[in-house]
Design a protein around this ligand. Structure first.
Ligand code: NAD
Ligand code: ZN
Length: 341
């Protein structure tokens, strides 16, 4: 079968000779409908963050059940499902709470399909347990695939800050890409806070406005922090969601966040922050959330089925994978790219 494989630092190739797996026990074989292209793939490809492993890329996956192992009773051929991405042990306390993104055994198990183990940029994908599937009912797997990360990750980050996102407050979204464009919509639907979106190109800022941002600021501007503080006034920004995570965006966040605010760094841009007593207003919670829980993914499917959020997608074939990663390096993708067989 055809698949997009990672062979090492800056080496991604499309192969045609992978054997179609057979599911055993609780495993499920999916026929892939779509696999989202996440910026985390670029951290793996360009920065070699997973080391010397060889595997199929794609950690945002959706498709149809093709075949189930002999102990699977809850799914049948043809069911449309998402694959929950962070594969935990399934047994420890965080996993029992459905937070497999924080599984106690993550360091031994790795990070899941497409992140060291075989993922979904493949005609068929083997999922280790039916526990990791979430039904999508009438949603199209091609459009739904990015719900598993581009929507789940901002959803989980925003949910933690909901009590602070009142209608008289301001929230800043830095980076209106795959994750950020969904974050703006989740904030629009689930909170009353005024949304200020930051990115580095005019098209991304226009895009953010079309999705519900009340204000936009180009974070390349030397006075970006001053522009944001002028909008928010003396109360400053209650919640900053940084979907870039580079040193300049983290610095921007520390300048605009209010006392008792949340500075949430989701982006894995390799940024550096040195804590100092006077560096942050009092009461600020700085956090680095990772992905979201299985039950939160079910909630995200609810948002999509009610048409409260939609993923803007650019659709490509597996054969175009390298071309798509290049578009992403240049910041040219509007919303999320999804690869299909
Ligand atoms: P993307 O490439 O789709 O979007 C990134 C956006 O940020 C682009 O619109 C780009 O123009 C913008 N940008 C770049 N530099 C900027 C700056 N200085 N100021 C403002 N905007 C800037 O990326 P994505 O797939 O949305 O991922 C975003 C980040 O989140 C990546 O680092 C990714 O690895 C990370 N991520 C983290 C988690 C997690 O669980 N913590 C999950 C998924 C992705
Ligand atoms: Zn676990």
């Amino acid at each position: 079968m055809k698949a997009v494989r990672y062979f090492g630092h800056k080496d991604v190739r499309v192969v045609n000779d992978l054997e179609k797996p057979t599911p055993k026990g609780d495993e499920v074989l999916l026929k892939i409908g779509g696999a989202g292209v996440c910026h985390s793939d670029l951290h793996i490809i360009d920065e070699g963050t997973v080391g010397d492993l060889v595997f199929t890329l794609g950690h945002e996956n959706a498709g149809w059940v093709e075949e189930v192992g002999d102990t699977v009773t809850d799914y049948k051929k043809g069911d449309a499902v998402l694959v929950y991405g962070p594969w935990g042990c399934g047994h420890c306390k965080p996993c029992q709470q459905s937070k497999e993104n924080y599984c106690n055994h993550q360091s031994e198990l790795g990070y899941g399909g497409g992140l060291g183990l075989d993922g979904g940029m493949s005609e068929y994908m083997l999922v280790p347990s039916s526990r990791l599937l979430v039904p999508i009912h009438d949603l199209d797997p091609v459009i739904a695939a990015p719900l598993t990360d581009a929507a789940l990750t901002p959803y989980s980050a925003i949910k933690k800050s909901l009590p602070k996102l009142m209608p008289d407050e301001f929230v800043v979204v830095i980076g209106v890409g795959g994750l950020g464009h969904v974050a703006v919509q989740i904030l629009r639907e689930m909170t009353g806070a005024a949304i200020i979106a930051c990115d580095v190109t005019e098209d991304k800022l226009e895009f953010a406005k079309s999705l519900g941002a009340a204000y936009t600021v180009n974070s390349k501007d030397a006075d970006a922090a001053e522009q944001i503080l002028k909008i928010a006034g003396i109360q400053k920004v209650k919640v900053v969601l940084d979907f870039v995570g580079a040193t300049p965006t983290i610095e921007l966040g520390t300048k605009i966040v209010s006392m008792d605010g949340d500075l949430t760094i989701v982006g894995l841009g390799g940024g550096y922050y040195e804590y100092s007593m006077n560096g942050l207003p009092f009461g600020v919670s700085m956090s680095n959330p990772y992905w979201g829980s299985r039950t939160e993914l079910m909630e995200v499917v609810g948002l999509a089925r009610q048409k409260k959020i939609h993923i803007e997608i650019e659709q490509y074939k597996f054969d175009q994978a390298n071309e798509v990663y290049d578009r992403m390096r240049q910041g040219k993708i509007k919303g999320r790219a999804v690869l299909t067989p």
